[in-house]
Design a binder for this molecule. Sequence first.
Ligand code: IPM
Ligand code: MN
Length: 377
Amino acid sequence: MKDSGYEVAVFAGDGTGPEVVREGLRVLDALGEGGSAPWHYSQYPGGGQYYLRTGREWEPEAEAAAAAADAIMVGAVGWPGATLPNGDLAGRALVLGLREGLDLYANVRPCKLYPGVRHRISGEYSQVWAPKNVDMVIVRENTEDLYTPARGRLRRGGSTEVAIDTRIITRKGSERVIRYAFELARARTRGAPGDGVRRLTCVDKSNVMEGCRFFRETFDRVAAEYPEIDRDYAYVDAFAQWLVRNPEQYNVVVATNMMGDIITDLAAVLQGGMGFAAGGNIGTDHALFETVHGSAPKYAGKNQVNPFATFFAVEQMLRWLGGRHGDARLLGQADRLERSLARTLAEGTTRTYDQGGTLTTSEAGDRVTAAIRSEAR
Ligand code: IPM
Ligand code: MN
């Protein structure tokens, strides 16, 4: 932290990333009005489109700024045709690279349905899930599993015969993310919406896979330190249907990387769609906050996409910074932002196209910044 306050390195990235990040920064500005904001942000270019223009995913200064910042914000990365020579997604450095490089081991994805938000199922807007029943956090391991870059192809006579991805599950990687999830379950005093029980669900496929058996054993070992938290187990396939059928039984959920990637997209449907899903990539000394949705190339530049995921990412960032530095100003601003978001959504008229409305991205931003200005500090 410098004299100017907490330094945030911002990467708008590809596609619709710049549009939603622009609104996210307006929200930060609105929160900081009328007093000296205890944060400062700088933006850096990077991503797949940048790679197509320059041959580089980002600049060395940007990478250094990310490592030096108090927090990092990323819009989205990925662009059709933007691929590195080895076949990887161009722009991966900004997300997967930082997860690995800064050891951001817990990917923390809240899934809460706010009153006023609709969800679309089978092309219809409906209210299958009641807001009171959807309030959980999915914690995804973020540094290993099938995402470990231990992979390759076996080529014979110029043609590929075999492609191999290695699933690596370590004691250290499992233990720290499981402990993070138990701590979160302990801190969330209201517990699961259905029964108020502080519960941690371990999602795995330990009936088949060795890595998952190891993950579950680690879960049990760590669980012994948290006798007040209800231990719950679900095979990932069964979890997929319980999540949809009985979301109210979930409080905090912990999963390995790849399964966590899949179940958080499924869970996003319960919270109104990807337009609302945000995630924090948390390490010991660094954290990166982002939207869970991608760069949505089809909508890029149209000022149409839902910026709420970015607003929730900003809230998560303020909360993390406030908690880490014991700074009540930031925690207060995070609460103020959440109240403003909840109030705006509850009115039921701030709807972008994904919610069946016609508001533009920046109009949704106007509503939220107005709500912030009228919301007491
Ligand atoms: C996510 C995304 C990333 C992932 C992609 C962009 C590599 O889907 O953050 O969930 O797979 O982790
Ligand atoms: Mn994903």
